[in-house]
Design a protein around this ligand. Structure first.
Ligand code: CO
Ligand code: CO
Length: 348
């Protein structure tokens, strides 16, 4: 490595998270080949494509169990640790749970100094303590490129689990962070981030979904997920398919980081975002005049994105107000559940 140049972690990431040859969702049919889960205490397994598994320990206690890890999407090691930790913790919040503790999952190259891993771990610990938990251990292997993430365990009341299934016709869809994180990260990685939007994107990605989850769990929420690698429309599809409903998304109401609009119009988008859009053609009907950049934004692969909630129309305004008061990065009504169906989505 040329020591005169600053270390840029993203330049070491050879496999960009979702940009693999396999299309999004390729794993789902494979999961169907595994033995059926028969343990009645497994309240949430793999069948609803949910954010985490949930296991009932007793009538009033269930464990939420999840893991998430990836190669660097930001350059500064401490930021990488912070983003990865916020992203992994998010899957516990997305089930309506509270995190208890976490283990780190690390792949680390021999070619990097150990201090880099120290920074990644310090960043992750910073976010874990914001979540009120500790990283209590983990496992590290040698790998060609850095990999970092967490396995997180949390708790939830078995009757208050929030999954992808449960959205009902008439529900309103609320989103708690702006979109565009994948597009901006890709611009930064490719030296095309002309407005230095990555710092705002990092602020968004390192913001825990804790405050949003604490508000949402006070209300009657029918379905909840976080918006990550499949983008807004991909994760909404997981909700509509698992719930047996159809939905409308209001493009004009979707919060989007301004730089992402500029960059995607200039043709910048991650491979994962393009793959999402392709995968979703069978599920999503865009307005006939909708430009490609609009479609890409709604499919943009997020890291540590916001929560997407389906709540009854009657309480939607109150929930939006409570989210805004709690200081969530966004609190917009971005669509609604329109009827019973097979999961189809219209962008209007
Ligand atoms: Co998730
Ligand atoms: Co996840």
């Amino acid at each position: 490595m040329n020591t005169s140049e600053p270390l840029r972690l993203t330049k070491l990431a050879k496999r960009a998270g979702c940009a693999a040859k396999h299309p999004p969702g390729f794993l789902l049919p494979l999961l169907g080949l595994l033995p059926t889960i028969t343990d009645p205490n497994v309240l949430i397994g793999s069948s609803t494509a949910d954010d985490a598994a949930v296991y009932r320990m007793s009538d009033d206690l269930a464990l939420v169990y999840t893991t998430d890890f990836f190669t660097p999407i930001v350059d500064v090691p401490r930021d990488f640790g912070r983003v990865a930790a916020a992203n992994a913790l998010s899957d516990v919040y997305a089930m309506g749970g509270k995190p208890l503790m976490a283990l780190s999952i690390v792949g680390f190259p021999d070619t990097l100094p150990a201090t880099v891993l120290g920074e990644i771990l310090a960043g992750a610990s910073e976010i874990a303590s914001e979540a009120g938990i500790a990283i209590v251990g983990g496992h590290t292997i040698k790998s060609e490129e850095p990999i970092f993430g967490l396995a997180v365990v949390g708790t939830v009341h078995p009757e208050h689990v929030l999954s992808n299934a449960g959205a009902k016709p008439g529900d309103v869809l609320i989103l708690t962070k702006p979109l565009g994180l994948g597009i901006i990260s890709t611009a930064a990685k490719n030296d095309q981030d002309t407005t230095s939007a990555i710092s705002e994107a990092i602020r968004v990605m390192t913001t825990l979904n804790r405050a949003a989850a604490e508000v949402l769990t006070r209300y009657e929420v029918h379905a909840l997920t976080d918006v990550t690698g499949f983008g807004l429309l991909g994760h909404l599809r997981n909700i509509t398919a698992a719930s047996g409903v159809t939905a409308d998304v209001y493009f004009a109401a979707v919060p989007i980081l301004a730089a992402a609009i500029e960059y995607v119009k200039a043709g910048i988008a991650p491979g994962g975002t393009r793959a999402n859009r392709k995968f979703l053609t069978d599920w999503v009907e865009f307005a006939p005049d909708s430009p490609e950049w609009e479609q890409l934004l709604l499919c943009d692969a997020q890291t540590s994105g916001g929560l997407l909630a389906a709540v009854p129309d009657a309480i939607a305004d109150e929930v939006v107000k409570a989210l805004a008061e709690a200081g969530t990065l966004a609190s917009e009504i971005v669509g609604k559940i329109t009827g019973v169906g097979t999961g189809k989505i219209r962008v209007v």
